[in-house]
Design a protein around this ligand. Structure first.
Ligand SMILES: Cc1ncc(COP(=O)(O)O)c(C=O)c1O
Length: 145
């Protein structure tokens, strides 16, 4: 039992030692071939022209980047986000995440506008007032007002 544990421990230490001598910390500021190799393997599995990857460490960082890229690409600053939607907790996302338990009493979310979720079942624009409602019986009943 003890020798088996010791063997496992030595294997883990050896694997860690090998990894530490190869690459022990990385981010997008280090041009290590491992990132390129990983991105190539990843994008090789994607369809069509999806051949660019930007490696991030969390959903929050991905959404931060998505907002930045959208603003840079469009030249527009304002963004609409739906109430009751969670997008992450970074300072940049404090406004995008429109859930009271995640919002605090300080300025946040510049350029972000929270709007209601178009609930097609119970929302004020749902039911028979909603063109695409799934709970309407027919096109005719929708247009008999
Ligand atoms: C839809 C959505 N966006 C963003 C996030 C944030 O991801 P992370 O916790 O990795 O920053 C989450 C996390 O639950 C999520 O569910």
């Amino acid at each position: 039992m003890f020798s088996s544990s010791l063997l496992q421990y030595r294997r883990v230490v050896a694997a860690l030692d090998k990894q530490m001598r190869t690459l022990w910390h990385t981010s997008n500021i280090y041009l290590h071939p491992g990132i390129h190799e990983y991105a190539t393997k990843l994008t090789d599995k994607l369809p069509g022209d999806l051949k660019v990857a930007y490696i991030v460490n969390s959903g929050s960082e991905a959404n931060d980047l998505a907002m930045l890229m959208a603003r840079l690409y469009t030249g527009n600053y304002d963004i609409i986000s739906l109430r009751s939607a969670y997008h992450g907790g970074s300072p940049y996302l404090q406004g995008l995440t429109a859930i009271s338990t995640w919002n605090y009493k300080f300025p946040r979310g510049f350029g972000i506008h929270n709007t209601m979720n178009p609930d097609v079942f119970r929302g004020p624009y749902g039911g028979h007032k909603c063109r695409d409602t799934p709970n309407d019986v027919s096109y005719e009943s929708r247009n008999q007002e």
